[in-house]
Ligand binder design. Structure first.
Ligand code: SF4
Ligand code: SF4
Length: 345
């Protein structure tokens, strides 16, 4: 943990010699049919990175502390425990996992957590379980009946496991732009211990190669501003790391809406990167600028970070010569790499 904090602190002063966080979409397959995302409709599914391939990458020198597992729906991969374990086992620094899930597969989630916690005693695990509205609205947005109940069951199961932090992930989109308060109240009815510390709030993002939703219109900035201000006004919980990060993310989103530029320096290809299911390495899930494929290289992440092209891409990201976004996947690392500007903005 201290090494991770050291890496975050160092990212304020220099470009790191290796990412501290890798976001890995382990599959683009998905069991849901969400209205704001077209991942589920992708037609082409080449072979996904397997345990040997990810194990080879993480066996070589790197300083990754935090692996973000996302999808598609990650728990559709029947080898999920194996591929995550293959990354964890040879790693000296990796000890934190974040899973983004729609919560459909409660038993698989429970089995994975117990198995990984047995094998890796110091592991920290965070889950974001998607909830986008009260029951009927959530099921409508997610396109499949029963999704709300399954997500709730997964969250409640995770709450009972020590040293695992589950959160609900609410994504503001065209379908729920003024529904956060109703959602929070509905969750409180079925989980009375609910606090803001159980919530993350994101704004729907567009990407031409990840969500493939670039043709969808942007959210109305005036309505989005009003909703963010309303959420911030509701949020009077105690200070915690999650509460601080969520509030800052939303406050800085108001700045992003005015400038359409990342409000603090983007850390893509400095502290962070995005790995797609097929091994292609990108700066993030929005900027369609592939560097290489990890299946086709014997370079370590430390060596990849020294490539001139990696540095060139990072400079583009840091100077907003990219599509520019304020995506939660990258915003938290960006805030960590600009601690003083973040605190005072
Ligand atoms: S938002 Fe998530 S759960 Fe919904 S279709 Fe996309 S990947 Fe699947
Ligand atoms: S600011 Fe640019 S490089 Fe950074 S996460 Fe957003 S799109 Fe990607």
């Amino acid at each position: 943990m201290l090494k991770f904090i050291g890496s975050v602190a160092a990212s304020n002063f220099k470009r790191l010699g290796s990412p501290f966080k890798v976001s890995w979409a382990v599959t683009y397959r998905c069991n849901l049919r969400c209205k704001m995302c077209n991942i589920w409709d992708k037609k082409d599914h080449p072979p996904e990175v397997n345990a040997d391939e990810i194990g080879a990458l993480f066996s070589r020198p790197h300083h990754v502390h935090w692996l973000g597992i996302t999808g598609g729906e990650p728990f559709l991969r029947t080898d999920l425990i194996d591929i995550v374990d293959a990354a964890l086992t040879p790693s000296k620094t990796l000890n934190a996992l974040h899973f983004a899930t729609n919560g459909s597969y409660t038993d698989r989630v429970e089995n994975l957590v117990h198995t990984l916690k047995k094998r890796h005693k110091k592991l920290k695990i965070v889950f974001t379980v998607s909830i986008d509205g009260p029951e009927a609205l959530h099921n409508h947005i997610r396109g499949i009946d029963g999704t709300w109940g399954r997500a709730l069951a997964t969250f409640k199961m995770l709450k009972k496991i020590p040293n695992v932090k589950p959160q609900f992930g609410f994504t503001l989109s065209h379908n729920n732009l003024d529904k956060f308060e109703r959602t929070f109240l509905a969750l409180g009815d079925v989980y009375p211990a609910l606090t803001f510390d159980d919530m993350t709030v994101n704004v729907f993002q567009r990407s031409n190669f990840y969500y493939e939703n670039h043709a969808m219109p942007e959210l109305d900035p005036a309505r989005l501003t009003r909703e963010i201000q309303k959420i911030l006004a509701m949020d009077k919980d105690r200070l915690s790391l999650n509460n601080f990060l969520r509030r800052k993310y939303l406050k800085l989103y108001l700045q992003f809406l005015k400038t359409r530029k990342s409000p603090v320096k983007c850390q893509s290809f400095a502290s962070t990167c995005f790995l797609d299911p097929y091994g292609n390495l990108f700066p993030c899930a929005v900027y369609n600028r592939k560097l290489l494929n990890i299946k086709e290289t014997v370079l370590s992440l430390n060596e990849i970070w020294q490539l001139k092209e990696a540095l060139r891409i990072h400079n583009e990201c840091a100077r907003n010569k990219c599509p520019s976004c304020w995506s939660p996947c990258d915003a938290y690392s960006a805030m960590g790499g600009s601690i003083i500007p973040t605190v005072f903005k």
